[in-house]
Write a protein that binds this ligand. Structure first.
Ligand SMILES: [Fe+2]
Length: 202
């Protein structure tokens, strides 16, 4: 549904539930939303200038669970896919270490969403480290209209995920993902991301 129709519709009601199941809220004649993906800490292991690539696998990795990560990036109306959004993803290697120095930028990649807002990358399920659950870091860079988002992906069934520890808010549950087999029989998870509009555009 295009934006103008949404505003008209919402003029009749205080809120509506979008097709994605998130609540849309009308405030001061503008639509805000609670679909925005919750943030998580950046951590000390982010590196700039990761190579643009969808395949983060490499020789010598001894992790046993291959993984494909897919998803779409949406705007603040919860439904419009955003193309050409820049994302950094990174995680620790099978030795529970982050590559902070090598020019291989192991377990790191830079991605851009396609015309349908889609992104994907191939990697492996990282091990837990320092008491933390298994996780993959995301930095979604700011664009002309949307704010930067720093967040993390987790895996359902990981017994290191504790309430009030890594998962504090209801939205955080949506970042704990089920691993399923895709059509190529490869383990896959899906994390769709919902960005917030920049403050000056609200
Ligand atoms: Fe980490």
């Amino acid at each position: 549904m295009e934006r103008r129709k949404f505003i008209k519709f919402l003029g009749l009601t205080a809120f509506a539930v979008s097709t994605t199941g998130f609540k849309l809220i009308e405030e001061n004649d503008m639509i805000s939303t609670n679909c925005a993906t919750s943030s998580d800490m950046l951590g000390p292991f982010f590196r700039k200038n990761a190579p643009k690539r969808n395949d983060l696998t490499y020789k010598g990795n001894k992790s046993e669970i291959p993984l494909k990560v897919v998803g779409q990036v949406f705007g603040n109306d919860c439904t419009t896919p955003l193309s050409n959004i820049e994302l950094d993803v990174w995680h620790c290697d099978h030795r529970r270490r982050y590559d902070m120095k090598s020019d291989k930028f192991r377990c790191r990649g830079k991605l851009f969403t396609n015309e349908n807002g889609e992104y994907w990358f191939k990697t492996f399920v990282p091990p837990p480290y320092q008491g933390r659950p298994k996780h993959i870091h995301y930095l979604i860079h700011e664009s002309a209209r949307h704010q930067e988002l720093i967040t993390q992906l987790y895996f359902r069934g990981d017994n290191k995920i504790k309430k009030k520890n890594w998962m504090k808010y209801p939205w955080d549950e949506k970042r704990i993902l089920d691993i399923y087999k895709n059509k190529d029989k490869m383990p896959e998870v899906r994390l769709d991301l919902y960005l917030k509009l920049k403050e000056n555009l609200k």
